[in-house]
Design a protein around this ligand. Sequence first.
Ligand code: SF4
Length: 184
Amino acid sequence: MTLNHDDWGKVARMMSKRSLWMVHFCTGCGAMEMPPVMTSRYDMERFGMHAMATPRQADVFLVTGYLAVKTLKRVVQVYEQMRDPKYVIGFGSCTINGGMYWDSYNTIKDLSKYIPVDVYIAGCMPRPEAIIDSFLKLMDMIDKGEAIGWKKYHKYYDQYKRNQRMAYSYRLDEVEDIKEDDAK
Ligand code: SF4
């Protein structure tokens, strides 16, 4: 049997979804839920996931809560050091809409306007079961070729950069939605 380009893509995705290394960079209160997820109670290594000290060898970036503008700069630096394909999971209400910091002058409201987010976990704060569920969701998306946030970052780079610049200068009310065209 000869495998074509698409077949090899499926094989690569099938293997990579079971070997996800995550950046161990925690922001906000959601980080407190990671110790039970990583240790014997929930044991995320049974899914092939474990923490990696450097973003250069990591596949998954967990943003575990609220982000001040200063922290956003570090998050963008870390994300850009990761190699493609790379995936982002946003923890809790704070990454979705600012959560309890929705009207703060120096806290960003919607993470997906600055870097692409593949999976969000609702809640404040999300329980370990919800975090494990998000890992399984991400694996399923990788398998189906639907975890394509990293491609969006290349395609809409100018828009992401514009929003990052607006945030860095505390002009959060000028940050816009990423306008996607219909072509994939
Ligand atoms: S969503 Fe709740 S638990 Fe998570 S960072 Fe925000 S305030 Fe903390």
